[in-house]
Design a protein around this ligand. Structure first.
Ligand code: T5A
Ligand code: NA
Length: 225
């Protein structure tokens, strides 16, 4: 039986360098003569993605539960495509995934220094946030690019979108830490990379995790929780 390709996800805070690193890995994989496709969530091109895009640019308002479900639906839109790429032997590099979905939505519901207006709806908890992404294709490797929010904010373009505020990013980082502690038990499928280092140091470390997977896997694509 031929092997299927690995599903590799890059996660991290805003401006941690995910897109920059995806491009570097893509080139290295291509240079090694293998097929690779890059995808990104949110995928702003679909009708659901357009609703998300408008929300992120603060051009529309949506309840936190609603936008959470849209982010998840946006992943389900691509789920069967991801599986078919992997089965065709195409390595999938994915910029953000369900972990971002959970981290941002739960972080928004955590208490803040500034009092937020009371809501009739319940806060978003980890189990609630996880549910809609259950059974999505599971990554074989998730690289979490960790960076202090005060370092990320001095990088280009910060502050343009809804979630790019240092206080929220700090809470997002703490939820990612919690997710990471749950995930990292499983065969190094979740690894933390110090994204505050130079571009080449970060890509060198990432390559060390990616390279062993390039020849493919015998197991079929897993499912999230
Ligand atoms: N979201 C997303 C949810 O709430 N729920 C979900 O389910 C999902 C999927 C948009 C927002 O949506 C939220 C999270 C986000 O707030 P996005 O479109 O991925 O998500 O937007 P960003 O995370 O902001 O993505 P960016 O593309 O802006 O950030 P990247 O990709 O992490 O960073 P990158 O590579 O563009 O680099 C940013 C800058 O830093 C420099 C780069 O040159 C660039 O200028 N840089 C470095 N500088 C110094 N040293 C390094 N090592 C550097 N690496 C990069
Ligand atoms: Na952003």
């Amino acid at each position: 039986m031929t092997k299927r390709a690995p599903f590799i996800v890059i996660e991290g805070l805003d401006r941690s360098g995910k897109t920059t690193q995806i491009e570097t890995i893509r080139q290295r994989i291509q240079n090694s003569g293998r097929d690779v496709v890059c995808i990104k969530f949110p995928d702003r091109a679909t009708p659901i993605g357009q609703m998300i895009d408008s929300y992120l640019r603060s051009q529309s308002d949506l309840d936190d539960h609603v936008v959470h479900l849209l982010f998840s639906a946006n992943r389900w839109e691509l789920a069967s495509t991801i599986i078919s790429y992997l089965n065709q032997g195409k390595i999938v590099l994915c910029d953000r995934y369900a972990f971002s979905g959970i981290a941002f939505s739960v972080a928004k519901s955590l208490p803040t220094e500034v009092e937020s207006p009371p809501s009739d709806l319940p806060p978003i908890t980890l189990p609630w946030a996880r549910a809609p992404d259950a059974s999505l294709p599971a990554p074989d490797l998730t690289l979490f690019l960790d960076i202090a929010p005060q370092v990320a904010r001095v990088r280009g373009g910060y502050g343009e979108e809804r979630y790019e505020k240092e206080d929220l990013q700090r809470r997002v980082r703490s939820v990612f830490g919690e997710i990471g502690r749950e995930m990292s038990g499983e065969d190094r499928k979740w690894v933390v990379v110090d994204a505050g280092l130079s571009l080449s140091a970060v890509s060198q470390e990432i390559w060390g995790y990616v390279e062993p997977l390039l020849d493919g896997l015998d197991s079929s694509v897993g499912r999230l929780w």
